[in-house]
Ligand binder design. Structure first.
Ligand SMILES: [Zn+2]
Ligand SMILES: [Zn+2]
Length: 347
């Protein structure tokens, strides 16, 4: 069997005709397998969803219990057969519940990475490489300029600034699913024990992470009235809120943003970020390369992000590679800005 018979890129997303399922479809389909809960990958309105327990829970929190007509839990590592195709969910290390999906039939194995990272994350299971014939990878940071320093060193910069400026509130923008909770856990690992103050838009997901054992420590919801009293404290909010009027109500705020994009100084300046923290939940350029090599795949398909440079690099080491040009995936900030802005305005 040829790989293109097992998985086909379509406008709705990757489609497996032998099992009649889509992976991370961007429009409503009959049956969907979902790699993780970020809103560009996990959408509401499918007939049936197969995903990990955590991803199903995250979808229910974000969209309501009616996000799909029927749901089935995928146990990591266990095989689910649909027609002649075997599917297996394997941890991707991206956010809580995130998985790669292994698609196998008649001796041909394709691994769909979803989004992934290789750096340790105290809030989710680590990426497990799976050998395969075809590896389908994301390439969010697929350019040589993207090198992520150790996340704990970036968080140390935040805590040093808090120590140096005890009269200022440190406001950290971080995506509401995954990044915010990872930053909190890293702050705890560094020994910071004071309550961490959170924006209302982070409340539900942070409570879910805590219920699943993520070491986020004591968190307190920021109310409109007590912002003036938070001098010297750490506040975590969605990225869109750091530029809002909401952020200006704190005492002499220092604005920070935890993102792989903070490698690009112009991005930080453009967002008015005083303290850029390069903390990413995606593989950087060298981890993309290392992972591709580790899978042993002879063929690489690139779904979204900076596909061209990665495809070119694959060619230079003798791998067959192509961009899939799947649309609808990308940085969660683009998808979430509207609802987060609304949430912020209500506070
Ligand atoms: Zn993601
Ligand atoms: Zn993505």
């Amino acid at each position: 069997m040829r790989p293109s018979e097992l998985l086909i890129p379509t406008p709705a997303g990757l489609y497996c005709p032998l099992a009649d399922i889509h992976i991370d479809p961007v429009r409503p389909v009959a049956r969907a397998l979902i790699t993780h809960g970020h809103s560009d990958h996990a959408r509401a309105g499918h007939g049936a969803v197969l995903a990990t327990r955590e991803t199903l829970a995250i979808m229910a929190l974000r969209y309501g219990e009616g996000f799909t007509q029927s749901r089935q839990e995928a146990v990591p590592g266990a095989m689910t057969s649909i027609g002649p195709v075997d599917f297996r969910f394997v941890p991707a290390g991206h956010v809580l519940g995130s998985s790669q999906i292994v698609v196998e039939s008649k001796g041909l194995r394709i691994v769909v990475s979803g989004d992934y990272k290789r750096e340790r994350d105290p809030t989710c299971a680590g990426f497990e490489p799976v050998s395969c014939d075809v590896f389908i990878t994301e390439a969010t940071f697929g350019l040589p300029v993207f090198h992520h320093p150790p996340a704990d060193a970036e968080v140390a910069k935040l805590l040093e600034s808090v120590r140096l400026f005890p009269e200022r509130t440190h406001i950290v923008g971080a995506y509401s699913l995954g990044k915010a909770q990872r930053v909190m856990a890293l702050i705890r690992e560094a020994g910071y024990e004071r309550p961490i103050h959170i924006h209302g838009a982070l409340e539900t997901l942070t409570a879910f992470y805590a219920s699943q054992g993520a070491p986020v420590g004591e968190t307190r919801l920021v109310s409109a009235s007590d912002r003036k009293a938070l001098a010297g404290e750490i506040v975590i909010c969605p990225p869109s809120s750091i530029q809002d009027l909401w952020a200006r109500k704190f005492p002499d705020p220092v604005t920070a943003f935890a993102s792989g994009w903070m490698r690009i100084r112009a991005r930080a300046r453009q967002r008015g970020v005083e303290l850029p923290l390069i903390v990413s939940d995606h593989a950087d350029w060298s981890d993309l390369q290392a992972t591709i090599r580790e899978t042993g795949a002879g063929e690489i398909w690139v779904t979204h992000g900076e596909a061209d440079a990665l495809v070119h690099w694959c060619g230079t080491i003798g791998l067959n590679a192509k961009p899939l040009h799947l649309v609808g995936y990308g940085d969660e900030s683009d998808v979430e800005t509207t609802s987060e802005t609304v949430d912020a305005a209500q506070l």
